[in-house]
Design a protein around this ligand. Structure first.
Ligand code: B12
Length: 377
């Protein structure tokens, strides 16, 4: 089998990579697992660069899977299947690469982990594999590592650096705890993953020693910066505002009163929120309050507006009316009227829903239920 059809040896590398990514994605999409892996084997056999396959084929295909899920073009089962194939493909690339380079102890030691609550393990695995292939010894602790376990482990292992991954912004508060735990044991932290946003500001604010946007630049940075000697530059660490603490204390009441408000609002429209829908409304409100709290904690309203923006796209692509979200935001704003920063963030969020048609979701379902039922990855 050839990669994506007829490929000539003179074809520019960029085109070859793009065509491999397209062909791999197509195999994944049509659930041809063996065909997809065969493409990777063949690319390796013809000398394709290992890092390029990891980051410009496998990672790209995963991102594409996410976009297609968001657009309601792939189901959750298809996403799970795709991730499984990507994990197998990653394994193939690593084995092939390690067989070539032999020892991985040339540079130093890295412990790679996801922050507590974070189940997106593949991104940090890709980072770890890139580092291994560049000669680092990497211990991969995987998804959702509790902060205290990380601290104990680091005391024993004393790596040169810990790589912490956070894909969802709502895990940034956990990230802060983990960064603090790691740096207290004397181990510098390189932070990364989509949850930290597009630049180093949040990672720095949370006390990370280094930050990188992707695995390749992380590997370059570590090659340049390590070994770091104490004291490495630690930026001024963020002190969460009083409004954050109050919001967290009021979380349970807000979720309870918000759910009651939604129930009444449905009844006023002659609709009824059943038991299951009520449970899901509790979950929805929990997500909204958690993202709001995270935005306050890191003092960055974009954490909240990006989440709402994402929610808007998900709901719109599924034809769901958006006014239930706008209504919840207005409710919170009224409840939290004496928290100026919180209200400003809520108003920025509500602005995204300006012009949303009133009337509610006639099927009486919460947006979390719609997300879940339509197959969130
Ligand atoms: C596969 C997948 C899952 C799988 C993960 C399986 C696994 N083993 O990883 C499962 C099913 C568990 C999952 C669950 C969820 N997911 Co998901 N998932 C994805 C998907 C499709 C691919 C993830 C991936 O592999 N990406 C490829 C990697 C390589 O990309 P990357 O993150 O950019 O990583 C690069 C850099 O960020 C950087 N990097 C990463 N880590 C680190 C660390 C360091 C130290 C450094 C320096 C750099 C670095 O290097 C990487 C390589 O260059 C993404 C789509 C996407 N865009 O990523 C959604 C996505 C991340 N998921 C999403 C969501 C919403 C969820 C859920 C909340 C759904 C739900 N309700 O259950 C849960 C949350 C689970 C949790 N608590 O963590 C959303 C997040 C939206 C948002 N608001 O941020 C996304 C973006 C989908 C979408 N388009 O809407 N998901």
């Amino acid at each position: 089998m050839s990669i994506g059809g007829s490929i000539t040896p003179t074809e520019p590398a960029r085109h070859r990579t793009d065509r491999l990514a397209d062909a791999f994605f197509e195999r994944v999409r049509i659930r041809d697992e063996e065909g997809a892996l065969e493409l990777i084997r063949q690319a390796l056999a013809t000398g394709a660069d290992h890092e390029t396959i990891l980051l410009e084929v496998i990672a790209l295909v995963q991102t594409r899977v996410g976009v297609m899920w968001q657009a309601n073009e792939l189901s959750v089962a298809q996403e799970h299947a795709a991730t499984h194939v990507s994990e197998r493909a990653t394994g193939l690339v690593l084995e092939h690469g390690l067989a070539r380079i032999g020892s991985t102890d040339r540079r130093g030691t890295v412990v790679a982990a996801c922050v507590e609550g974070e189940w997106h393990g593949l991104p940090v695995r890709l980072l770890g594999d890139v580092l291994r292939l560049r000669g680092w010894r990497v211990t991969f602790l995987g998804a959702s590592v509790p902060a205290h376990h990380l601290a104990v482990y680091l005391q024993e292992a004393t790596p040169d650096v810990v790589a912490l991954s956070c894909s969802l912004p709502s895990h940034l508060i956990s990230a802060h705890g983990m960064i603090t735990a790691a740096t207290r044991t004397g181990v510098p932290v390189i932070a990364g993953g989509a949850g930290f946003g597009p630049d180093d500001s949040l990672a720095r604010a949370l006390g990370a020693t280094l930050w990188a946007a992707d695995a390749r630049s992380a590997a370059d940075l570590l090659e340049r910066e390590l070994p770091l000697t104490l004291p490495w530059p630690v930026e001024e660490v963020l002190a969460p505002p009083a409004e954050y603490a109050s919001l967290v204390r009021r979380r349970r009441d807000l979720v309870r009163s918000g759910t009651e408000h939604s129930r009444r609002s449905y009844e006023a429209r002659g609709l009824r929120l059943g038991e299951a829908a009520l449970d899901r409304t509790v979950e929805d409100l929990g997500h909204i309050v958690d993202f709001l709290a995270t935005a306050l904690y890191v003092d960055d309203e974009k954490v909240f507006t990006r989440f709402l923006d994402w929610t808007r796209v998900v709901l719109r692509t599924r034809g769901v009316p958006l006014d239930s979200v706008a209504e919840v935001l207005l409710f919170l704003e009224r409840e939290l009227f004496d928290y100026p920063r919180t209200c400003a963030i809520l108003r920025s969020g509500r602005a995204l829903f300006d012009g949303v048609r009133a009337g509610g979701d006639a099927r009486g379902r919460s947006f979390a239920s719609l997300i879940r039922d339509s197959g969130l990855p």
